[in-house]
Design a protein around this ligand. Sequence first.
Ligand code: DNO
Length: 376
Amino acid sequence: MHMGFRWYGEGNDTISLDDIRQIPGVETIVWSLHHKQAGELWEPEEIEAEMKKITGLSEDDRKRGVTKTFNADVVESVNVHESIKTGKTLLGMSRDEALDNYIKTIENLGKAGVKVVTYNFMPVFDWLRTDMFHPSPDGSTALYYDAHKVAQLDDPQKLIDETLDGANGLTMPGWEPERLAHLGEFIEAYKGIDHEKYYENYKVFLDAVIPTCEKYDVKLAVHPDDPSFDLFGWPRVVSSKEGIQRVLDLNKSPYNGLCLCLGSFSSRRGNDPVDAVKTFMDRIHFSHVRNIKFLDEAGSFSEVGHRACEGDVDTVGIMKAYAEADYQGYIRPDHGRHLWSENTEAGRPRPGYGLYDRALGIQYLLGVWDAFKYNK
Ligand code: DNO
């Protein structure tokens, strides 16, 4: 297993590579070209420049005697253009054009040595919460989902505005304001697209992209829908064990795999994360391990620390399953709470992406991993 940490890049993250370097056990920097819009081609020079920053050391580092370096094996994410998800020309781009750019991007990443490319197939936007800095009982703040609030909303625009406001001036992947300015066009395009049609469009995507993944040895890893149920009448199809199985069956290549985020998957009542790890083990290329706590019958939840007893996700069972299978893929903690100096208006990080709780999470996950691994 390779432990990773998501980094948004120099000048775009509140956390430095040097700080991440001091978290014991981190091998992989999970990265992306965050200035790229969905559908854009990633050029070889841009890829190389970013990877060099991640895998190298500065002159100053060397002078201080720093020798620890990272690999840049995992990209999260290359986002999928809405024209691919809907099968229609959108924002001036046809499905074929978007597919060509995706395929060429995979080729360029593979040639540069990237091993795993993460993406999601959620309609219109990425993960959704109703409060980015919700107070927790211990004085920290965390991401929070109020099911009542979402149930009462029929127009997603209000939540989009609130989410962008809550981002603390930092960009959030899948929530690009330029793109979401076209919400009306998306709403039109998704009319009449049910789950069956969405699976069909998904298959077109996989069948187009997977041969290039095989050729350049890049594993494709889909992130479950977050939360794992339909929103605003748009179809979500990576939300349950059956849904995931169906996606894996759409194209049976081992390169069609998962970034199994256990926090997202667990947001749907009845989903069993430990069972999912065991069931899909040979198609899991990357995994996010985190915890949530349900707060009411409607399914509202708050994110909590990574320790199993803090919430409703059995993070011990998850790490046990990975350790017993001697999992060879990548793992990262996800969505830390905001702690200490991060928890002031001035110091706030990108929601869910502070330093301290993810560093604490890594130590917990590695502790559980080591306990099971060495006692096998
Ligand atoms: C949430 C992340 C997601 C994930 C994408 C994958 O914090 O796990 O944004 O990166 O859904 O494309």
